[in-house]
Ligand binder design. Structure first.
Ligand SMILES: [Cu+2]
Length: 427
């Protein structure tokens, strides 16, 4: 009898023990399956406007696992224009990879293109064989193959990943993204808002959908995170926020990015932190091909402040170099006639280009108007590399806050000059 109970006791015990083991392994696999979307971080997560952050999972050995598929995708530059791009995980730029100094990254790259590829981790210190240069440091990843990259992050800062196999074509069609590494200790680096914006330029023949990667200098679409204004998301911040913006560029052209209403300091490059003693105030930062620049500022002035490339053609869409110069020429009687013969005919206005922002110009299909977007005071003569830094007092959240409520008497407006002068003299 005693033996029977003992047996029963042990069998119950073993069931309980098995249960505990099972539960633990279940809990463990739960933990293993836990992905980045459900985690809280010690750092302020980076926002990729119009883009996304790449999800990851934790492997048993603690490595962060990322999966990248290279392939074709349809990408909207702005409402009214969609291109045939080459993408990472169906996006251009590819989702932002975010990690912390000291992390071990395990990145699986699957090639769904019709030709070989490789991914280079721009600025990252790693073993030579992980550098991602097709032919030189590894075999090309052939169509259908998956390669594993693995390295431990020994630095922090703003880095990039991009194709290093037939890169003229592959990057020309969109294969690029951010690799952002947060410092192990955030103190002194903590910001309230952290944005990442990839710069790029494309040539898309008006009326077509596939960017021409052979074009060397004559681009007609200029983008922030592969979006042209008015397709770019605004950057919404609270007055007083410490803001960081990371810019990256692997294109053909350098872009002097200018911000209105405040000044900033360049605090980092793709080579690492800029020492404080070497930082100075600026309102424009040039980001050349193959560079990243990280800027920081306190958003100490509320308002709608433009953030744009300062090259004159870059905050524009679908520029054509065959646009006839019609400054000073009255074309009222001929424009519509020419347009009925040559669909999409574009000419400068007699008094400049601004009248085109108000014209309902019918361009070729899948082609953006040169300038578009509507502000609270009328049409905004901008396109391309243009967005708005919206700084607002007492924001509850970072949703689109609507038009800036200008304090009374702080907006430039039409006046009767004689009356004004008299009033001034009377003072
Ligand atoms: Cu530019």
């Amino acid at each position: 009898m005693k033996g029977y109970f003992l047996k029963r006791f042990f069998s119950v015990l073993s069931v309980v023990a098995l249960g505990i083991i099972f539960y633990q392994s279940y809990a463990y696999s739960e933990q293993k399956a836990q992905d980045s979307s459900s985690m809280k971080f010690a750092y302020t997560p980076v926002i990729t406007p119009n883009g996304s952050t790449m999800p990851w999972t934790l492997d048993e050995d603690g490595a962060k696992v990322f999966r990248i598929t290279v392939g074709e995708c349809k990408h909207e530059i702005a409402p009214g224009m969609t291109i045939n791009a080459w993408c990472y995980n169906g996006q251009t730029p590819g989702p932002t990879i975010e990690a912390v100094e000291g992390d071990r990254l395990r990145i699986y790259v699957t090639n769904k293109l019709g030709e070989l590829t490789a991914i280079h981790w721009h600025g990252i210190y790693l073993p030579n064989g992980m550098d991602g240069v097709s032919g030189l440091t590894q075999k090309g990843i052939m169509p259908g193959e998956t390669f594993k990259y693995e390295f431990t992050l020994k630095q922090h800062g703003t880095y990039m990943y991009h194709s290093h196999g037939d890169e003229m074509t592959q990057m020309g069609l969109g294969t690029m993204g951010f690799l952002i590494v947060h410092p192990k200790n955030e103190s002194g680096h903590k910001v309230d808002r952290d944005f990442a914006i990839f710069l790029n330029e494309w040539f898309v023949e008006p009326g077509t959908s596939t960017p021409d990667p052979n074009v060397m200098t004559d681009f007609n679409i200029f983008t922030f995170n592969s979006r042209a204004y008015p397709g770019t998301s605004p950057l919404v911040v609270r007055t007083g926020d410490r803001v960081r913006i990371r810019f990256g560029n692997v294109g053909q052209e350098s872009h002097p990015i200018h911000i209105h209403g405040l000044s900033f300091k360049v605090v980092g490059t793709d080579g690492g932190d800029v020492p404080e003693s070497a930082q100075f105030p600026e309102t424009t930062v040039v980001i050349a091909p193959g560079q990243t620049r990280t800027i920081e500022f306190i958003a100490d002035a509320s308002g709608d402040w433009p953030v744009h490339c300062h090259r004159r053609h870059h905050p524009m869409n679908a520029m054509g170099h065959v646009v006839p110069n019609m400054i000073g020429v009255n074309q009222d009687d001929v424009k519509d006639n020419v347009r009925s013969l040559v669909p999409g005919y574009m000419a400068m206005g007699e008094h400049g280009m601004d009248e085109m922002t108000e014209m309902n110009m019918k361009g070729p299909e899948n082609t953006l108007p040169m300038m578009a977007g509507q502000g609270q005071f009328g049409p905004i003569g901008m396109g391309g590399m243009f967005t708005v830094l919206m700084v607002r007092d007492n924001l509850k959240d970072y949703d689109h806050p609507g038009d800036y409520p200008h304090p009374k008497g702080t907006v430039a407006e039409s006046v009767e000059i004689e009356k004004e002068m008299k009033e001034e003299r009377g003072k």
